[in-house]
Ligand binder design. Sequence first.
Ligand code: SF4
Length: 376
Amino acid sequence: MTNVSSTPLRIQVPLSDHYSRASDEELKLRIQKSIDNLRDDLVILGHHYQRDEIIEFADLRGDSYKLAQFAANNTQASHVIFCGVHFMAESADVLTNEEQHVYLPDLNAGCSMADMATILQVNDAWQSFCEFIDEDLIVPITYMNSSAAIKAFVGEHGGAVCTSSNAQAIIEWGLAKGKYILFIPDQHLGRNTAYQMGFTSEDCYLYDPRGSIANDSQAISSKTFWLWKGHCSVHQRFSPQHVADFREEHPNGIVVVHPETRNEVVSIADVVGSTERIIDFVESCPPGSEIGIATEVHLVQRLAKENSDKTIISLDPLYCPCSTMFRIDLPHLSWCLDKIEDGEPVNEISVDFETRHWARTSLQRMLDITDLKTRD
Ligand code: SF4
């Protein structure tokens, strides 16, 4: 049985003045020195939403899927510093081997969406559904943005993890083996993918973990998708008005949105895709293109800098960073590296044996299904 303890409290210790008062230039020199000292024994992974000064030191930058694949294939470095958020570091720990250690430079770097589903809530939901539906007909699918405990629950109950790049492939796989999809925790990715596959709002039930489904058993039995009521606070901000404003100012502009945005936005966009797809699309556009993007602002600003022959702007004129990703900064990276060099590593993210086993099962299923579909 999966470990059902709730998410342990993560407390980040304050950094000393040696880090918090150092200039960026000084910190960059220290970080580079540590990297040179640790050489092949170290890998730094950087999510696309990280600050530029962190991405500068990343051996690999990617979205959660690309970084998970890299972690699965990398067996050399014994120290993996994950510049991203907590659930990503957990996935990296699950996919790396026993000799490798994964660190998150700031323990406060969580994900508000992942925190909208706890393992206790998922267990409760499952028990409630199974009171009126045969368990074998339900396939749980969890977005990468969830805790290792939830990934383990899904693995143990015959389901798989998905990312925004492969959600449709994983759901198709789920519907070939069951009748109902319990999709955790992002309602928008679940709904957008269902609609993309030809389903409608009639096929979707929005499950609120804080409510009761006691009187809803009939409605639930008639729906294919049971969508967990969670969302990304960054992507949910984008609205149809943002799209209209951009189009008024840029009549030839292209609107590109991430599938974590609401369907009202997705349905009027020109291109919908995962972080990696957004990057590929922007890079493939001819010089002079005008592109309005609905995703995390650090990525949009970096794309604008790296594609200066195109006009690239965020659809939201207000600054919309992922505030938890933003916690990873030069002082924390420098501190984390120093501690590894001193032989007293800090902030290691370690998933317990049983959770690791089942979380690995659901992650590996995702990698296998995606690999098969790519070869089709
Ligand atoms: S952008 Fe949204 S989903 Fe991604 S880490 Fe931040 S809060 Fe979580």
